[in-house]
Write a protein that binds this ligand. Structure first.
Ligand code: GLY
Length: 390
């Protein structure tokens, strides 16, 4: 009896030890990621409901129509998984989901055209470079987006809501939509899109950055004379704080603008905002930022993996221009740290997402510390960019 009890104790301690160890160990990324990718294969296409995020308390997927700013990321994820795995089943799904977004090319009520069209049709065009239909859709979308440009201000209008308080709001996120315009010029040789993108980038450079090279979220302009009415936040902690995803959009946006223009002032700004980000006292050791650098209860604040992923991807590109190892080191560290059980969604969860711990809109208490589709998009892009570099 004593002998059996002793044996049982040994078995139990071994089990406990291995569970504890399993938690600490990095995931075998290939195996674990593949388990996550297969959830995408099992998810039924629906032209009216794009998976946007996962509510882990309600165990429910939040779904949105194609007009939502995030709709392009889900097809974009499928395109990128196809590129990573070479499995044509992902390509089939990517083509289908991408087609559901086409009508957005006429939607002039939003600046999010780049996010929607370029993350879906843009990714598709990368895989199939002679796809005339995709090129035409990108061009039409660029024309529609250009209709929101105001020459007096030198910017594309971001939002149409909250007209009571804002006359012409421009958000830092809008830098991301310029890729669509730059590409539209490359495809069509019509330089008007490129010119609008450059004017928008210059106005953002002039008005969105602070002394410490962090950026504000929203600059509201007077559309009649171009004067600044206010500098505020919408998704950050307060008007003076550094909302982390805003910093990420700035870093990615100015690195990308440098790609198309080779204008040194864009490179300078990207590097300066990276320095702000990487040297910030509130950036945790593992490199995954809290949702706002000035959030009041750090370290007891939710992280925003999506912001880390955007920066990790941008820094691979910035490394290519500068050969500064600091940049690539961050991207590698990010990839290593998110590919652990702390960040990869458990394979028990069927929802088609990969990473946990992104934060969408803290002031609205919406999508806090959850898997969100754009976190996965920039994570996959980082994997692909690193693969291409190596
Ligand atoms: N509007 C894009 C974002 O929430 O980051």
């Amino acid at each position: 009896m004593k002998k059996h009890l002793f044996k049982l104790c040994i078995i139990l301690s071994c089990l406990l030890f291995s569970c504890k160890n399993e938690k600490k160990e990095p995931y075998n990324s290939y195996k674990e990621l593949n388990k996550r990718y297969t959830k995408f294969l099992k998810y039924e296409p629906d032209s009216l409901a794009f998976p946007r995020s996962y509510d882990s308390k309600k165990e429910k997927i939040k779904k949105v129509p194609s007009k939502d700013w995030t709709s392009g990321f889900y097809p974009g994820n499928l395109w990128q998984i196809y590129e990573l795995t070479n499995n044509a089943d992902y390509r089939e799904l990517a083509i289908k989901w991408t087609s559901f977004i086409e009508k957005e090319k006429f939607n002039d009520k939003t600046h999010d055209m780049g996010f929607k069209i370029f993350s879906s049709f843009g990714q598709g065009l990368k895989q199939d470079q002679n796809n005339q239909k995709y090129k035409d859709i990108i061009l039409k979308s660029a024309q529609t987006l250009s209709s929101r440009f105001n020459e007096t201000i030198g910017s594309i209008r971001s939002w149409d809501f909250n007209k009571k308080n804002w006359a012409f709001p421009v958000i830092i996120d809008n830098m991301m939509n310029l890729e669509l315009l730059f590409e539209a010029t490359r495809i069509s040789k019509d330089s008007s899109f490129h010119k609008i993108a450059v004017k928008h980038a210059n106005t953002t450079l002039k008005n969105h950055f602070r002394e410490d090279n962090s950026c504000v979220h929203v600059v509201d302009y007077n559309p009649q004379n171009g004067a600044i009415r206010s500098k505020i936040t919408h998704q950050g902690y307060n008007d003076a704080s550094a909302w982390v995803r805003g910093q990420s959009w700035a870093i990615y946006g100015f690195t990308m603008a440098y790609r198309y223009t080779k204008d040194e002032k864009y490179l300078k700004q990207a590097k300066a905002t990276v320095a702000f980000f990487l040297n910030h006292k509130n950036l945790p050791e593992d490199g995954i930022p809290y949702w706002d650098f000035d959030a009041p209860n750090i370290p007891n604040e939710p992280r925003d993996v999506s912001a880390g992923a955007i920066v990790a991807s941008a820094l691979i590109e910035l490394y290519e221009y500068t050969k500064d190892e600091t940049y690539i080191d961050y991207s590698k560290k990010f990839l290593k740290n998110v590919q652990t059980s702390n960040y990869i969604l458990s394979s028990d969860i069927k929802a088609p997402f990969i990473l946990k711990h992104s934060t969408g809109n803290w002031p609205k208490k919406d999508e806090i510390d959850e898997p969100i589709v754009y976190g996965d998009y920039y994570f996959l892009e980082t994997l692909l960019r690193l693969k291409a570099l190596q």
